[in-house]
Design a protein around this ligand. Sequence first.
Ligand code: DGL
Length: 287
Amino acid sequence: MSGAPSIGAAAAPIGVFDSGLGGLTVVRALRGAVPDESLLYLGDTARVPYGTRSAETVVRYARSCSRELVARGVKALVIACNTVSAVAVEVLAAELDLPVLGVIEPGAEAAVAAAEAVGAAAGALPKIGVLGTQGTVLSGAYPRAVARLSSRLEVVAQAAPLLVPLVEEGWVEGEVPERVVERYVDPLVAEGAGVLVLGCTHYPLLAPVIARVAERLAGRPIPVVDGAAATARRVAEWIRTERLEPAPAGAAGTLELLVTDLPASFARLAESFLGRGEAPVAQIDLR
Ligand code: DGL
């Protein structure tokens, strides 16, 4: 975690943002880990995808999303986008006067734990294979995060640009996603990856296909690590360790969803993902 500890009203929501829909995987995990906390989610659907853009552009977009959430009074910021976390987490943490958490550090931590467990069972450490957007892979953020935790683990990475549009379309099962996933997972398995990290917030929606394809290619099950759950656990830890004020006792966490383009298709996908009528979706312009 970075940023100032324990600021903001206890009842204020935790701000969560992503380039689009994928960050709802983090929302789902947060609702499980910290159910009393209210969440304010912003999906920058007008500008998705971020993963094919330059680091400078992603930082600019990240600043505008976080400015919006801060102006709406959030008490902490969770960057539920790997591409933003890869290039902007330090910038935002330095500029904002509230706790800021990205998804890469917790994701790398979960990947290292999974690789060590595989290594202990198999007698040799596997490589960690990262699937991510072009921006995340080019940034080298995962290898750096893993290297901070272990000097013995090697990371191989593969950009998987077609997976985001598949998820945004809700096309997460069947022959087409299987074939696309195979195209991206095959080089990682061939390079010796024995653990796969979903280095993009959209990919957990394809996790069953990714696990199935990886097992078929490797001839054995390959753990698939999703940074969303690890990120949510970190937020729960902030609260336990008083880095973040908890919601008042007895509070029932609310969820509000904001998007920057027409909300209809987002609302449909959010409903299928979080449950019917779970949260209102409003369209806003970023200031
Ligand atoms: N949310 C982005 C990420 O986790 C993926 C979608 C995009 O390219 O904007 O990297």
